[in-house]
Ligand binder design. Structure first.
Ligand SMILES: *Cc1c(COP(=O)(O)O)cnc(C)c1O
Length: 476
């Protein structure tokens, strides 16, 4: 299997060659040259597989440059109960992604946030950590991962890469802008290969510094700077697995269709759902939920994609969905325009110039209905109402992102197709908002009791590219 760029002007490469990079050299995103189709007989045979075995049959279709035994070992090591059974009481500790019905056969929560950082990003990031270590080891190379985080992504990356060989993590976070829990989660890691750097200013300032450092090609090559951001293909790939797992858990046979509702920001999670559907999984609907930052909801309703400026981007109570543009969306548009890279280049020339594009009135908008997307939006009061209602009706606490998803899921319930709402974080991560909604704090998994009291390791630096470069150079 080879991987192509959505812009069509970079050479096609095998999996391990695109694993460690970010964007393709032509500025596009990598996608497989074709999505492998899954037969009915395969679906029947895969129904009863464990998570790790299911991951193997799916991922081995996409990865042919890692020997099968090694891939299997990496997946067994990643998808084990020790890592993902970090569960709250009530969940089934043997399942990696348990399905919890709120209304039997009608509305379910697919739990994706039982990993070490209590957010669904662990599902893919833990695999990425093991893949990076394996490939770097095999090539005798080292890498310095540089990133900026406002919360979930950075901590998921650190927990995935802590104590891994041949890789160091330099993670910038905005000084004093994260919750006490989020700070403790990251800064309490004492592994020698993890460097937490709090920079003065907002998240944008941290992100600009990362871009400036990675944009210095001499420095980037000399210090082997890499990234683990949401456009990484392996992250999207790993996320395909739980759509299959969730489908099997919700159905008795492969004649049934299931809808998935996905709280979305950068379009990474739901992109995996789109690919699972293209592979032949009977997904009847992909329901995309946004918060107040509704750039994607607007597209699916109107055909207009209008990335927002920084000042137009709302700071909300579901912060991991606060995006101005959706970095993985180009992958979907590539498929929508029948994989014509010239069209993608034309559309993204506009996006990169800060303009919008409009597909209404083009033939592409007619193709859109074939992809089974619907969308909706949830705002602060919807979020709090949904948290209250779900707790009152089902006795289940949900986090604000999952609440956005459930709000939109309930607007799209259908008669004879179950909807699985993806649970993207645990409520314990967002105690303040849960308190606002319910007047009480959510329970915390016992293993995280007293997290805030652990010693913390963090250096405070100015949001300045030269200061960060000097810091990396001093920690070779
Ligand atoms: C990252 C994140 C999202 C958004 O996922 P995308 O893949 O960016 O669409 C939603 N909820 C939570 C809790 C997240 O951390």
């Amino acid at each position: 299997m080879r991987y192509l760029s959505t812009r069509g002007q970079s050479p096609a490469l095998p999996f391990c060659d695109i694993l460690l990079g970010g964007l393709a050299p032509d500025g596009g995103l990598y996608l497989p040259e074709a999505y492998p189709r899954v037969s009915r007989a395969e679906l029947d045979a895969w129904r009863s597989l464990s998570y790790s075995d299911l991951a193997f049959v799916l991922l081995s279709r996409y990865i042919d440059d890692i020997p099968a035994d090694d891939l299997r070992a990496l997946l067994d090591k990643t998808y084990c109960a020790k890592t993902y059974a970090f569960v709250r009481s009530g969940s089934d500790a043997t399942e990696i992604t348990p399905l919890r019905w709120l209304e039997k056969d009608r509305l379910g929560l697919l739990e994706l946030s039982n990993g070490p950082t209590l957010a669904f990003k662990d599902m893919a990031m833990q695999l990425l950590g093991n893949l990076f270590e394996y490939v770097l080891e095999g090539r005798g190379e080292t890498m310095n991962i540089l990133g900026a985080t406002s919360g979930d992504t950075g901590s998921a990356a650190e927990y995935a890469l802590r104590s891994k060989h041949n890789v160091k993590v330099f993670m910038l976070s905005p000084c004093g802008k994260m919750s006490a829990f989020q700070r403790a989660q990251m800064y309490s890691l004492t592994d020698a290969n993890i460097f937490n750097i709090a920079v003065t200013g907002m998240f944008d300032a941290a992100q600009d510094v990362v871009k400036a450092v990675a944009g210095d090609t001499g420095f980037k090559a000399r210090y082997r700077i890499g990234a683990v951001n949401s456009i990484n293909w392996a992250r999207v790939l790993a996320q395909i697995v739980y759509y299959f797992k969730g489908y099997f858990a919700a159905t008795k046979n492969n004649d049934q269709r299931v809808a998935f509702c996905v709280p979305s920001g950068n379009f990474g999670n739901i992109c995996a759902g789109h690919i699972a559907r293209q592979m032949g999984l009977p997904i009847g609907r992909l329901i995309l939920a946004t918060n107040e930052n509704d750039v994607l909801d607007e597209f699916f309703r109107t055909g207009v994609y209008r990335p927002r400026s920084a000042v137009e981007t709302h700071v909300t109570s579901s912060p991991s969905m606060d995006i101005s543009k959706a970095s993985n969306f180009e992958r979907f548009i590539f498929d929508l325009v029948d994989r014509n890279p010239a069209v993608v280049r034309e559309l993204w020339a506009k996006v990169e110039a800060g303009e919008s594009f409009d597909l209404s009135g083009t033939p592409y908008i007619e193709r859109l209905s074939g992809f089974a997307f619907v969308s909706g939006k949830s705002a602060h009061t919807d979020r709090l109402d949904t948290i209250r209602r779900v707790f009152a009706d089902y006795g289940v606490m949900i986090d604000p992102h999952t609440a956005d998803g459930l709000k939109v899921a309930q607007d799209h319930l259908e008669r004879d197709m179950p909807v699985l709402a993806l649970e993207t974080a645990q409520p314990a991560k967002f105690g303040d908002i849960l308190f606002d909604a319910l007047g009480r704090e959510p329970e915390r998994p016992p293993a995280l009791a007293g997290l805030e009291n652990l010693p913390q390791k963090v250096d405070v630096l100015a949001a300045d590219a030269d200061a960060i470069k000097a810091y990396i150079a001093q920690h070779p």
